[in-house]
Design a protein around this ligand. Structure first.
Ligand code: 26W
Length: 820
C-alpha cells in the first residue's frame, strides 16, 4: 500500500552516494573508475531528479484530490537554462551533493559546469515563461506549463570571419536526464480534412470534423521544484510521433518509402524551434506546431485532470494563460470540444471559453503580430476556421450594436483582415476570446490599450490590465551571484530569496564605507570569474580591471545595437583625431551578446560589423588596450548567469515605445549594475524606483518619438550637423574596419543615413553625452558603488514572485495549495 516503506529519496550524504553509485552502475552501466564526465553528470542529474519525485507525486495527488484551480501556462517557448544547480537549490541538497561527491573524489562544480542547457526559446518571452513556472512552484500554486519538446532548440551561433553561422542545437543526442517520458499518456492530434453536418439522436443539427491526418503527441514531464516548499509542479512538453495506424496501412501495401515519409512529416512538427522572434513568417509548420501543442494540452487537462467532471465549472478549475498569440488557436479548439464533442450550445460554450482564457501580449511592433491566412488555416483546421468566423460574426454584431453606423470601426476591429489577403488576426482573436488582456510593463500596457488595441480597450476598458514582468531571484541572484548573495545574507538575512521586497533593508548599507568595499570586492571577483570563463570558453583575453559595459539581447534594429557600436567608434575616433588622449580614457570592456534570426539580413550585417570593429579596436595601438570589445558567440542562459553579475553598466537603449518590457534590464539592476537607458519598457519603472540620480536616462521619450515621426524624420540632417556622429559614420565608411573596402557596410550605413526606422541618429548625441557622464561618474568609486547598492536595494519589485502575485490577484484567482 505504502511503497515509501521500501524506498527512500536520496537526501542524506550516505543515501545520495548510494543512489549516485546505483545510477552510475545500473543506469549508465559503468564503473566509477571508467566513468567519463558525461556518465558522472548523467548519474548525478538522475540522482537529484529522484530526490524531487516524492514531492512531485504528492503534489499531483493532493491537487487532484482537492480539485484545486490550476494555472495552465501555454507557451511555445520555455527557455529553462541549466537545471542541476537549480534543482539542488530547491531541494536544499547542494551541500549534501557536494560532500557525497567529494567522498567519491568528485567535484560538484566541475559536473555543474559540464551541463548543456536546453535552448527551447528565443529570448525574453521564453525566459519569462521559465521564471514564471519557477515562481508558481515557489508560491505553491497548482500550475502546469505546457509547451513543445523541440528536438532542436535555438541554433548554436558561431562566427566565421565575423559572420554569424548557425549550427543545429542537438541538445537531446545524449538524452536528457531531467525528463520523464510518458508514452502511455500520449494523445492524438488531428489535422486537415473537412467538416460535416448531421443530426444527432435528439434531432438537433450538429457539426463534426472529419480530419485527414493524425499525429501522436507524446508527453515528456519535467519536474519544477519550488524553493522552500515541498511542492513540485510539472512542465509538460509534447513531442510529435507518427501514429501506427497510418504507417501500417501504407506499409502493408509495400510502399515503404511513403510510409517513412509520412512518419517524417509527422515528426517534423516538434523537430525545431523557429528562431524568428519578431516577424512571424506565416509558415504552415509553425501553425501546425501551435495547434499540436495546444490541442494536446487541452486534451490532457480535460481528460487526465478534470476527467468526468462537469465542464460547466471549467473556469473554476483551470485558467489557460496565453503566452503571446502563439497558443491562441486554443480558443476555437476549446469551442470545438465543447460544441462538437460535448454537445453544448454556442452561448454556453462561448461563455465557458471566454472565462477560461487570458492573453498576455509581448510586443508593440505591428510586424510582430501574428496573422494566419484564411487559406492556410482553413486547409489545416477547417472546423476551427468555421468557429472563428462565427466568433467574429457575433463579435461584429456587438460592435455594430454599440457603434451604430460605424462601419469603418467594424472593419478595423474585425478578427478577419481583408487586405493584403484574407487572414485571421490572432491578437484580435485572443482579445475577444479572453477575460483579461495584459501588457508586460506599465508603459507597454498603456500603449497597448491606447494604440495597438485602442478600439478594443474603448469597448471593454475593464478587460485591460498590466502585469510588469519579473525575474527569478533564485537563478539570477542566489545561484548566479554567490558573492553578492553571501553579502546580502550577512547584511539583511536570507529571507530575500523568496521575499525580494526585503532588499529594501539594504538601503542604509549604501552609506556604510566598509560594506561598499565588500560590495566592490564582490563585483571585482565576479569580473575575474567572467574573464577566466571567457578565456576558457572563447579564447578571449580581457582585463578584469575596467568598466564592464554590457549589451546582451537578441539582435534587433529596434534594440539599437548600432547605437552602442557608434559610441564605441566615436571613442576610437576621438583618440585617432587626438581629441582625447588614450591615457585619459576610462578603461572599458564592451561586451555584446546577440543572436540574429537566420533570415534577418540587417541583423546579420550588424553582427558582422561589430566583429570587424572589434578586430580593429582590440588591436589598435593608439588605444593602449583601454577600449576592448568582446563578442562571445552563442549568448545563452548559461553565459548570462556568469556575465550579468560582472557588469557595471547595463545597456537598455531601445527606441522609446518599442521594447515591451525587457527582463535583462531587471537582472542587471538586481546584480548591482547601473542602467543607461531610454524611457522604454520596464526601464521606466526601474528608474522610478532607483531614482534619477542612480540611472542614466537619455534620448527621446515615446511622445517625442511620435512627434518626430509626425513631423517627418530625416536622419541625414543629424549626420550633417553633428561632427562626432559624422566622424563615427565616416570612419566605418572609410574602410578602416573592412580592409579598405569602402562599400562593405553600405547596407547598414545607407539605411542609417536615409531610413533609420528606429531613430538611432536622432538619439546619438544624447547617448554619447550621457556615456561621457557615465565615464566621469565611474571614476568616483564611492559614489558609483553607492548607486550600485541602491539599485539592488530598490529593485526587489522585479522578482517574478511579485509578477505572479499580480497575475493571481488581477487575473488568475487561484489559491496556493502547499502540500503537507
Ligand atoms: C515569430 C513570432 C514571434 C513573435 C514574437 C515569436 C516570438 C515573439 C516574442 C514576443 C519575442 C519576445 O521574446 N518578446 C519579448 O518578451 C519579453 C517578455 O515579456 C519582453 O520583456 C520583451 O520586451 C519582448 O521583446
Amino acid at each position: 500500500e505504502n511503497i515509501e516503506r521500501f524506498i527512500s529519496s536520496p537526501t542524506t550524504v550516505e543515501s545520495f552516494k548510494s543512489e549516485f553509485c546505483r545510477q552510475l552502475r545500473y543506469e549508465q552501466g559503468v564503473d566509477l573508475v571508467d566513468a567519463r564526465t558525461e556518465d558522472l553528470y548523467q548519474a548525478l542529474a538522475r540522482t537529484v531528479r529522484s530526490a524531487m519525485v516524492d514531492g512531485w507525486i504528492a503534489t499531483q495527488a493532493s491537487h487532484r484530490a482537492a480539485k484545486a484551480k490550476t494555472v495552465a501556462y501555454l507557451s511555445a517557448e520555455f527557455l529553462m537554462g541549466p537545471q542541476l544547480e537549480n534543482a539542488l537549490l530547491s531541494t536544499a541538497l547542494t551541500e549534501v551533493a557536494r560532500t557525497a561527491l567529494a567522498e567519491l573524489e568528485l567535484d560538484l562544480d566541475e559536473l555543474t559546469a559540464y551541463e548543456t542547457e536546453p535552448g527551447l526559446g528565443n529570448g525574453g518571452l521564453g525566459r519569462l515563461a521559465a521564471c514564471f513556472i519557477d515562481s508558481l512552484a515557489a508560491k505553491s500554486i497548482p500550475a502546469i506549463g505546457y509547451g513543445i519538446r523541440y528536438e532542436y532548440g535555438i541554433f548554436r551561433q558561431t562566427f566565421v570571419d565575423g559572420r554569424q553561422v548557425e549550427q543545429p542545437d542537438r541538445w537531446l543526442v545524449k538524452g536528457s536526464p531531467w525528463e520523464l517520458a510518458q508514452p502511455e499518456n500520449s494523445v492524438t492530434v488531428n489535422f486537415g480534412g473537412h467538416t460535416e453536418q448531421y443530426t444527432d439522436e435528439t434531432g438537433a443539427p450538429r457539426t463534426r470534423w472529419v480530419p485527414a491526418e493524425q499525429v501522436l503527441a507524446v508527453p515528456y514531464n519535467y519536474m519544477v521544484p519550488g524553493f522552500e516548499t515541498r511542492n513540485v509542479n510539472t512542465l509538460r512538453l509534447w513531442s510529435a510521433k507518427a501514429t501506427d495506424a497510418f504507417d501500417l496501412q501504407i506499409f502493408n501495401s509495400g510502399d515503404y518509402e511513403s510510409a517513412v515519409r509520412r512518419q517524417t512529416v509527422a515528426e517534423n512538427i516538434s523537430k525545431v524551434l523557429y528562431p524568428e522572434d519578431s516577424t512571424p513568417q506565416g509558415k504552415e509548420l509553425r501553425l501546425k506546431q501551435q495547434y499540436f501543442f495546444v490541442a494536446a494540452s487541452l486534451r490532457d487537462y480535460l481528460d487526465t485532470v478534470l476527467r468526468d467532471d462537469d465542464l460547466s465549472t471549467l473556469p473554476e478549475r483551470v485558467v489557460f494563460q496565453l503566452n503571446d498569440t502563439h497558443p491562441v488557436i486554443g480558443v476555437p479548439e476549446l469551442m470545438r470540444i465543447l460544441l462538437d464533442e460535448r454537445g453544448l450550445g454556442w452561448d454556453e460554450a462561448w461563455d465557458i471559453t471566454r472565462r477560461t482564457f487570458n492573453y498576455t501580449c509581448h510586443t508593440l511592433l505591428p510586424e510582430a503580430l501574428e496573422v494566419w491566412s484564411v487559406d492556410l488555416l482553413g486547409r489545416l483546421l477547417p472546423r476551427h476556421l468555421e468557429i472563428i468566423y462565427r466568433i467574429n460574426e457575433d463579435f461584429l454584431g456587438l460592435v455594430r450594436e454599440t457603434y451604430p453606423g460605424d462601419e469603418l470601426r467594424v472593419r478595423r476591429m474585425s478578427i478577419i483582415q481583408e487586405r493584403p489577403e484574407r487572414a485571421v488576426r490572432m491578437a484580435f482573436l485572443a482579445t475577444v476570446g479572453s477575460t483579461k488582456v495584459n501588457g508586460v510593463a506599465a508603459l507597454h500596457s498603456q500603449l497597448l490599450a491606447d494604440k495597438v488595441l485602442d478600439d478594443f480597450s474603448a469597448l471593454w476598458p475593464e478587460k485591460f490590465t498590466n502585469v510588469t514582468n519579473g525575474v527569478t531571484p533564485r537563478r539570477f541572484m542566489r545561484l548566479s551571484n554567490p558573492g553578492l548573495s553571501g553579502l546580502l545574507d550577512e547584511a539583511i538575512g536570507t529571507g530575500w530569496t523568496n521575499d525580494l521586497a526585503q532588499l529594501a533593508k539594504l538601503e542604509p548599507f549604501a552609506d556604510d564605507a566598509s560594506f561598499r568595499a565588500e560590495f566592490r570586492a564582490v563585483k571585482q571577483a565576479n569580473k575575474e570569474r567572467f574573464v577566466r570563463l571567457l578565456a576558457q570558453r572563447d579564447g578571449i583575453e580581457l582585463p578584469a580591471d575596467a568598466l564592464y559595459d554590457v549589451m546582451v539581447k537578441r539582435l534587433h534594429e529596434y534594440k539599437r545595437q548600432m547605437l552602442k557600436l557608434l559610441h564605441v567608434v566615436t571613442l576610437y575616433d576621438r583618440v585617432l583625431k587626438g581629441e582625447v588622449k588614450a591615457s585619459d580614457l576610462q578603461p572599458r570592456v564592451v561586451v555584446f551578446g546577440a543572436k540574429a534570426a537566420p533570415g534577418y539580413k540587417m541583423a546579420k550585417e550588424i553582427i558582422h560589423l561589430i566583429n570587424r570593429v572589434a578586430a580593429v579596436v582590440n588591436n589598435a595601438p593608439e588605444l593602449e588596450g583601454r577600449l576592448r570589445i568582446a563578442f562571445p558567440a552563442n549568448y545563452n542562459v548559461t553565459l548570462a548567469e556568469r556575465l550579468i553579475p560582472a557588469a557595471d553598466l547595463s545597456e537598455q537603449i531601445s527606441l522609446a515605445g518599442k521594447e515591451a518590457s525587457g527582463t535583462g534590464n531587471m537582472k542587471f539592476a538586481l546584480n548591482g549594475a547601473l542602467t543607461i537607458g531610454t524611457d522604454d519598457g520596464a526601464n521606466v519603472e526601474i528608474r522610478q524606483l532607483v531614482g534619477d540620480e542612480n540611472f542614466f536616462l537619455f534620448g527621446m521619450d515615446e511622445p517625442a518619438v511620435q512627434a518626430l515621426e509626425d513631423r517627418g524624420y530625416n536622419p541625414t540632417s543629424y549626420y550633417e550637423v553633428d561632427a562626432g556622429l559624422r566622424g563615427a559614420i565616416d570612419l566605418i565608411s572609410s574602410g578602416l574596419f573592412s580592409d579598405g573596402d569602402r562599400t562593405a557596410f553600405e547596407f547598414v550605413i545607407s539605411d542609417l543615413l536615409y531610413k533609420d526606422r528606429f531613430m538611432v541618429l536622432a538619439d546619438y548625441r544624447s547617448y554619447v553625452d550621457t556615456q561621457d557622464r557615465v565615464e566621469v561618474a565611474y571614476r568616483d568609486e564611492d559614489a558609483w558603488t553607492r548607486s550600485a547598492i541602491l539599485n539592488v536595494a530598490r529593485t526587489g519589485f522585479f522578482t517574478s514572485d511579485r509578477s505572479i502575485q499580480d497575475y493571481l490577484d488581477r487575473i488568475w484567482h487561484a489559491p496556493a495549495k502547499p502540500i503537507a
